[in-house]
Design a protein around this ligand. Structure first.
Ligand SMILES: Cc1cc2nc3c(=O)[nH]c(=O)nc-3n(C[C@H](O)[C@H](O)[C@H](O)COP(=O)(O)OP(=O)(O)OC[C@H]3O[C@@H](n4cnc5c(N)ncnc54)[C@H](O)[C@@H]3O)c2cc1C
Length: 286
């Protein structure tokens, strides 16, 4: 439970942190430390240098952009997110209370959750369903990429070693959209055994015009269930249509199995929670 020796640098600015990452291959960012420190204590991670970005005010907070989108700074904690306009999205408001415990929600950051890419992390599912984007910075400049495609495998993302996730961009809220998150939680940690986030946009005649469905806990990385989305679009969102679409949530993906749930049970729970999330999202917009 004692980490290997490491150097520690507290970054004075984002540029300072990016400069250290660019020049030191052994450097790793630490934000709230909720995932990285346990890994270091177990010696599953042994960074030579920690670059502490935790006090960089420029990466903290939620602000509304001119076009109505919300920019969530990477250092925004879950607790701060819960006290921000981001809870206007039902899918975010639903997901937050079940994440960890009060200490984790006070220390854990949005950027840390996304960059860490735990296969069972809650927030990534919500971000996938919302079709959010992430702003990524390196010493060479900045790029904005869709969250869809960002998660590439267990604890693996599209972030390069010398990049820092600066912000998550949420689309502008709209009156014709409803969203919700439903999950079966593992009791001790709060991590989902299967979690599904759903966003539906209703069009003319009450038909579903657009759907976003994000899934976590089920596969080696959070994913967007495009099969479910396609099956929902053009329907009225009747219980039969929702059930038929939800049944596609796993598809031919390899399903995780661990001490908490076998493959068959986890897959079944994904279908149940897909149905619940889509149903709740529809109820919020009708
Ligand atoms: C007891 C416990 C229960 C938990 N339960 C849940 C749960 O129910 N649901 C859930 O989703 N999560 C859960 N978590 C995980 C928690 O959500 C994450 O640990 C937390 O959000 C990570 O953020 P952090 O700032 O602490 O990241 P850190 O631990 O500081 O960093 C995590 C990783 O991300 C990298 N990183 C951090 N910030 C950035 C950045 N801005 N740019 C680039 N890389 C970065 C670090 O280098 C490191 O590799 C739990 C954690 C604990 C300890």
């Amino acid at each position: 439970m004692i980490p290997a020796a490491f150097e520690y640098t507290r970054a004075s600015s984002l540029q300072d942190a990016l400069g250290i990452l660019a020049s030191d291959e052994g450097a790793k960012v630490i934000a709230g430390g909720q995932s990285l420190l346990p890994l270091m204590k177990l010696r599953l991670a042994q960074p030579a240098r920690l670059v502490d970005i935790g006090r960089l005010a420029e990466l903290r907070g939620v602000r509304r952009l001119d076009d109505g989108r919300l920019s969530v700074g990477a250092l925004t904690t879950y607790a701060e997110l819960a006290d921000s306009p981001a809870v206007r999205y039902g899918v975010v408001a639903d997901a937050l209370p079940g994440i960890g415990d009060v200490q984790v929600r006070n220390r854990g950051t949005v950027g840390g959750a996304v960059a860490h890419a735990d296969p069972a992390s809650d927030l990534p599912a919500a971000l996938l369903a919302l079709d959010a984007e992430v702003v990524v910075q390196s010493a060479a400049g900045s790029r904005t990429v869709p969250v869809d495609g960002f998660f590439q495998g267990a604890f693996t993302t599209a972030l390069a070693r010398d990049e820092i996730l600066a912000a998550v961009i949420l689309p502008a809220p709209r009156a014709d959209a409803g969203s919700a998150y439903a999950s079966l939680e593992q009791r001790a940690s709060g991590y989902p055994i299967a979690g599904v986030a759903a966003v539906v946009v209703l069009g003319a005649g009450g038909l579903i015009e657009w759907a976003g469905v994000g899934v976590t806990g089920v596969s080696d990385h959070p994913y967007r269930a495009r099969e479910v989305e396609a099956a929902l679009v053009g329907t009225t969102g009747s219980p039969e249509a929702v059930a038929a679409a939800a049944a596609l949530v796993v598809g031919d993906r390899e399903v995780n199995a661990d001490i908490h749930a076998g493959r068959e049970y986890r897959a079944a729970m994904a279908v149940v929670h897909a149905r619940r999330a889509i149903g709740a999202a529809l109820a919020r917009v009708r």
